[in-house]
Design a protein around this ligand. Structure first.
Ligand code: WTA
Length: 670
């Protein structure tokens, strides 16, 4: 984040009181109640979480202990001995209440006319059919199923069918390209991959099955591929005995084929979801059934003040944790109506979101700052055309929201009246951790406000990050366990332990500051991750994709501030000797990243340098490269460098590049 933006963020002094209208029926109403709940939850966490788990979920068998903690190993097991099933909680138990014929899932396809709606009863039928189908392919409790699918109802159905069987799903974002998909399938050793012929994006078909085929040659664990005929492509190649069309597979199971739920242990893994870590390999975060689902339902109810008649829309793709927790598991566990949208906000026109809000009378909208910034740039005319008066609560997630975007969202979407819940959390935390409560918390634009009840967040130690002057920037940690925290890292105990190695409690990898009111200001990642448009990417993975090109001797990837994306990728490249610094090479490098990881990771800028700044032991000092990419005036102390002379050359190259010239162009006299 640039110094300028940070200064703007931290000098933002305006605050907004929670709305009065709606307060009397809110789950948490007013500051006093909120503080009392927070106090109680920290004083007696086990009592608090036990009560929430009883209120929110159906348990086949109650727990022996709310929490069993092995502090030495940092292993925390919630609701030990308890039995439940996530699919039962998200569907079956609503069938015996007045919710049976309520819309559970409303799907809006990319084309305006493509709408599908599933009541809880219909969802039950579909999920049972798919559970039977997976079972016929010999998928059993504990098996892994990979889902490489677009935002279509079949994705939600497949997730719930896996949960019903006790199979562990791993969704893979449909925007990932070869390397990203391969590493996730290989890591999870999935026996089945469910995909579609193609995803539909901005009027174009983006093939998924064809993308998958070459990858599968290197994934021996995969016995079958199930393909949804979504885009109706003509030339989908299907390998005999391995590939099966979704419709053919489920056709064999009659409509009234109940599939009894597997009785799962609270600490059985519900799903695996990979996130970018500090190594070249994605981190397979495992979430539990009981703790995760409790935490998902709990935060959905309180952060969004969810009530039975709300239509709730979380715009995140199901390939990310936000889609899991707030698109599916949280809202369905509560018996709510969740909306799913396949398209993009600006296609065919930048009014898609507002059109959907009006069409379905959406009450709660949860989206990302990058979306707000891109819509803000296109002007208010698009929001003004629609009746957005059904909206009651707005949410934001994925990256710090800059006050300018916050105010635009507040004014043009929320008519200056609606609360904005800026929720800070991570794949590893399962659900929101630091967030306002809509009818209880005074809002400060740009701050995620205070930790939620039972969450003991703190800022510890010093971190190298630019913050408000005179105030220490530290590392954001969580000192006490909470039910949504990950069970572990799949097949990587060392990686799991590394989260606890510095402070003996969970370290998030984010830098933060706390102000005099106890409000948290998140400053972004301080590890080797970059947050592009709210998506976490690993610098190490991108560097590996770049150095796989034979022309490259060394690569160093750092974040640069970006108006729309929040952060973008800036790559420094030292080409091998005799390789010319050409535009062709730049294009080739971008293409390599796009093909390996996906378009999301494509570098915004590529700067050629003759050498990287290094310590005498040969380690690249990324800190200085980060400052240069961010246009910082001062690159910091260069005395630790073995080759300080390269800094001036890199700065000159950067300045030339930003003026649209070649790096090694002669410097003009000012
Ligand atoms: C960032 C997404 C500031 C943060 C739920 C975190 C945020 C990373 C916020 C996790 C927010 C998420 N304000 N930063 N409200 N929400 N982040 O695992 O850097 O995809 O560590 O989970 O996103 O990204 P992940």
């Amino acid at each position: 984040m640039s110094q300028e933006r940070l200064a703007a963020l931290l000098s933002e002094k305006r605050s907004y009181m929670p709305p009065v209208h709606g307060k009397s029926s809110a789950w948490i109403s007013g500051e006093e109640e909120c503080e009392a709940v927070c106090r109680r939850a920290l004083e007696d966490p086990e009592d608090f979480w036990g009560a929430r788990a009883s209120q929110l979920l159906h348990w086949f068998k109650r727990w022996n202990h709310v929490l069993v903690a092995d502090e030495a190993q940092h292993k925390y097991r919630w609701f030990t001995g308890a039995k439940l099933n996530a699919s039962f909680n998200c569907i079956d138990r609503h069938l015996i209440t007045g919710r049976r014929n309520k819309a559970a899932l409303i799907w809006q396809g990319e084309r305006e006319m493509d709408v599908r709606c599933y009541t809880y009863q219909m969802l039950y039928t579909e999920v049972c059919r798919v559970a039977h189908a997976l079972s016929s392919l010999r998928i059993r409790r504990g098996d892994h199923v990979a889902l490489y699918m677009p935002m279509i109802p079949e994705l939600a159905i497949a997730m719930l069918a896996c949960a019903r069987i006790g199979a562990i799903h791993t969704t893979i974002f449909s925007g990932y390209a070869e390397g990203g998909v391969r590493s996730r399938i290989q890591d999870s050793k999935a026996r089945i991959v469910i995909t579609a012929d193609a995803a539909v994006r901005a009027g174009k078909n983006k093939p998924l099955k064809a993308n998958l085929d070459p990858i599968l040659e290197k994934c021996p664990s995969v016995a079958h591929v199930v393909v949804v005929d979504h885009a109706h492509m003509d030339d989908v190649s299907m390998k005999p005995n391995r590939d099966i069309w979704w419709h053919d597979l489920i056709d064999d199971f009659t409509l009234n084929s109940d599939f009894p739920c597997e009785i799962m242990d609270a600490n059985d893994t519900l799903f695996l979801l990979h996130t970018s870590g500090s190594t070249g390999k994605p981190t397979g975060v495992m979430h539990s059934t009981g703790g995760y689902l409790t935490y998902a339902a709990h935060t959905t109810q309180w952060c969004f003040d969810m009530h039975d008649d709300d239509v709730y829309w979380c715009t995140a793709d199901m390939g990310w944790i936000t889609g899991h927790t707030y698109g599916i598991y949280g809202p369905l566990a509560l018996g709510a109506t969740t909306l799913m949208f396949e398209g993009v906000p600006v296609w065919p026109k930048p009014d898609r979101y507002w059109n959907i809000v009006e069409k379905f009378r959406v009450n709660i909208l949860y989206t990302a700052p990058t979306v707000i910034r891109s819509l803000m740039r296109l002007g208010e005319a698009w929001t003004e055309r629609y009746d957005l008066s059904s909206l009651r609560i707005l949410g934001s997630v994925g990256e710090p929201i800059n006050p300018e975007a916050w105010h635009w969202y507040h004014k043009h979407v929320g008519d200056r009246q609606l609360p904005i819940v800026d929720t800070w959390w991570q794949t590893e935390t399962g659900g929101a951790m630091i967030s306002p409560m809509p009818y209880a918390t005074k809002l400060k634009p740009g701050s995620a406000a205070r930790p939620l009840p039972g969450i003991d967040a703190a800022v510890l130690g010093a971190a190298e990050h630019d913050g408000e002057e005179g105030k220490e920037v530290g590392r954001l940690v969580i000192r006490k366990p909470w039910p949504g925290m990950m069970l572990g890292v799949f097949n990587d105990e060392g990686k799991y332990r590394s989260y606890f190695s510095r402070f003996g409690c969970y370290e998030s990898g984010d830098g933060a500051q706390v102000d005099e009111d106890g409000y948290f200001w998140i400053l972004g990642r301080i590890d080797d991750s970059i947050n592009v448009s709210g998506h976490r990417l690993s610098t190490v993975e991108i560097e590996a994709a770049l150095t796989s090109c034979p022309e490259v001797a060394e690569a160093a990837v750092v974040p640069m501030p970006h108006d729309l994306k929040g952060e973008a990728i800036y790559a420094y490249i030292t080409p091998r000797e005799d390789v010319p610094w050409s535009e062709d090479l730049r294009a080739k490098l971008r293409d390599a990243v796009r093909r390996d990881i996906g378009p999301l990771a494509s570098p915004e800028r590529i700067q050629f340098v003759s050498a990287m700044p290094k310590t005498s032991s040969g380690k690249i000092i990324r800190r200085m490269l980060r400052k240069i990419a961010a246009d910082a005036e001062d690159t910091g102390d260069t005395t630790s460098l073995a080759n300080p002379e390269v800094i001036a050359e890199i700065i000159r190259g950067h300045n030339n590049l930003m003026r649209g010239k070649a790096e090694n162009a002669p410097t003009e006299n000012p």
